[in-house]
Design a protein around this ligand. Structure first.
Ligand SMILES: [Zn+2]
Length: 391
């Protein structure tokens, strides 16, 4: 149990939302300007050439013979665990995630007004850039909020876009509109609950909030590269959103760029998944009835792979308590779900992380690496089941 610091209010998420709303109003609100065009705006995918030039490598064991059979597309169906998904989630490396958290917190602050922000951007791009060999496309979307520059970072991959030519890849079409799966985490941080905190110079380590989710996405990119990419039917987009702590301005700006009908069949968000000294609890936030099927799928997937999250709490968050990056997607009618360690007030299964949004949200506050790993497994399992499904 983490002791409650004296004089620090035990903010529930809802209470925080009210506070943030008050602050937003008192600041006069703000508007997104200068949103750059995005390649994810629903245009025709631009990787047709890479898709249609599938290279078939003759088997060394049978020179001149027929090419080896294409890898089996392991579509997941029914209630049985899908081997491809099971294998992928088994590969999630908690030590690698921890290394990412150490790097992301070592920059001091990822607040977009702080010099550490650019270092975090560089780190994320460096990690993703090392995987472009496998067919990942790395892009940025820049926008501003109240003159504060924000940068969303995207890594996207289609099964058929894989650049690695050492395998015989199945001949697939580019991911169709409507088949895309978005997995997001915000990488920005804030510490405005620390009295006197100055955004441009003071620390905002944001370990639990949300280096935990950011690190998980970086690990997903590595794992998808090592195998599942060959079986993707739909595009997977890993979104590293900025400005969530400024009222999810990064994700909101992105949703505004999406064409209609929306290209995404699901948007899954990870935010604060490493603190809970008393239970392996996760809350699933959903926003409209359009997300009900996705919510039920997440619950079923947790059971299918026996991930062991207990309790798993689906909760509707349909109104102003929309403080996570899943919100703009859900409210736009895109099936959307947020995985977080707690939504609401402290209770018997969550004591409340009093260090979030303070200078003390340091890596040692990730008190439940087991929960962190389970949240990562569930997120990747849902994303891969969706992205490898034939429909
Ligand atoms: Zn957060």
């Amino acid at each position: 149990m983490v002791p409650q610091p004296r004089g620090v209010p035990r903010w529930g998420t809802a209470g925080l939302a009210v506070l943030l709303l008050v602050l937003a109003v008192s600041c006069g609100g703000g508007t997104i300007v200068g949103s750059s065009p995005t390649p994810f705006a629903g245009q025709t995918p631009q990787r047709t050439a890479a898709v249609t030039t599938t290279r078939v490598v003759p088997s060394p064991a049978a020179p001149g013979g027929p090419p080896p059979a294409a890898p089996t597309l392991a579509a997941c169906s029914g209630d049985a665990p899908c081997p491809l998904v099971q294998d992928a989630i088994n590969k999630i490396d908690a030590h690698r995630m921890n290394d990412h958290v150490r790097a992301l917190t070592a920059v001091g602050s990822r607040d977009p007004r702080h010099a550490g922000h650019a270092k975090a951007v560089a780190y994320i791009k460096e990690q993703l850039g090392a995987l472009t060999y496998y067919g990942w496309k790395i892009e940025s979307q820049r926008t501003t909020y109240q003159a504060i520059p924000l940068e969303n970072i995207f890594a996207s991959i289609d099964g058929a876009s894989a650049a690695f030519s050492g395998h015989s890849l199945p001949r697939l079409q580019p991911a169709a509109q409507g088949s895309w799966v978005l997995v997001s985490a915000h990488y920005d941080s804030i510490a405005n609950r620390t009295p006197g905190w100055r955004p441009a110079v003071d620390p905002a380590p944001g370990a639990d909030d949300n280096a935990t989710g950011t690190a998980a996405l970086l690990e997903f990119a590595r794992i998808i590269s090592e195998g599942p990419r060959e079986s993707l039917r739909g595009r997977i987009v890993l979104a590293f959103f900025d400005g969530e702590e400024l009222f999810y301005k990064g994700s909101a700006a992105y949703v505004q760029t999406l064409a209609k009908p929306h290209p995404y069949r699901a948007a899954i968000n990870l935010d604060m998944v490493g603190f809970n000294p008393i239970a392996d609890r996760l809350d699933l936030l959903w926003y409209t009835s359009a997300s009900a099927a996705l919510r039920d799928r997440v619950v079923a997937t947790e059971k299918r792979y026996a991930i062991g999250i207990q309790p798993l709490n689906p909760q509707a968050a349909p109104d102003g308590n929309t403080i996570m990056d899943a919100a703009p997607f859900g409210l736009a009618g895109i099936p959307s779900i947020a995985l977080t360690q707690r939504y609401g007030l402290p209770d018997a299964t969550h004591p409340g992380n009093t260090t979030f949004h303070t200078v003390n949200d340091t890596p040692d506050k990730i008190t439940n690496p087991r929960l962190w790993l389970k949240a990562a497994k569930l997120t990747l399992a849902v994303a891969l089941e969706l992205a490898t499904a034939p429909d």
